[in-house]
Design a protein around this ligand. Structure first.
Ligand code: RP5
Length: 165
């Protein structure tokens, strides 16, 4: 199975990424984590992006805050799908990172999730890998059913508490 490569702009972004790591562990998708910065370590980020496909990576998740150019600069050096997570950091609380990550020029896409949207980034990465992996596709179906059952349970609980029927 191809793996997911997670790239963080800083170790300060790690807490925002834990929902992605939890999800990848849950569905047993192999992943790697690196700290690489578009601005502070641009050469290392370029080398990583250019070699990722040859090293068995299927999808890259890139997370950064503030002037978040990491996902875009990685996407510039690979044709692997790149999912961008704008991280809530600094005085603008992630709106700066959202705009920096999402507003890519035509030709170099970054699939941007919401600010701190790490869980959805991981689900999207797994959905991409599941296109060629039926077992992974079943794991996604099971996860979706679990979620539906959880909401139905909460619905039943809230009805029992508030509804005079
Ligand atoms: C960004 O600047 C990083 O992705 C992080 O979100 C933010 C602050 O980085 P540190 O100063 O905490 O390393 O490049």
């Amino acid at each position: 199975m191809r793996k997911v490569a997670i790239v963080l702009g800083s170790d300060s972004d790690l807490p925002a990424l834990s929902p992605a790591i939890d999800l990848l562990r849950k569905v047993k998708v192999p992943f790697s984590v690196r700290i690489l910065s578009a601005h502070r370590t641009p050469d290392a980020a370029r080398v990583f992006a250019a070699s990722a496909k040859g090293e068995g990576v299927g999808v890259i998740i890139a997370a950064a805050g503030m002037a978040a150019h990491l996902a875009g600069s990685i996407a510039a050096h690979t044709t692997l799908p790149v999912i961008g997570i704008p991280v809530q950091a600094g005085p603008l609380h992630g709106v700066d990172a959202l705009l920096s990550t999402i507003q890519m020029p035509p030709g170099i896409p970054v699939a941007t999730v919401s600010i701190n949207g790490a869980q959805n980034a991981a689900i999207l990465a797994v959905q991409m890998l599941a296109l060629s992996d039926p077992a992974l596709s079943e794991a996604l179906d099971a996860m979706r059913e679990e979620m539906t059952a959880r909401v139905a349970q909460k619905d039943a609980e809230i009805q029992a508490r508030f509804n005079d029927l």
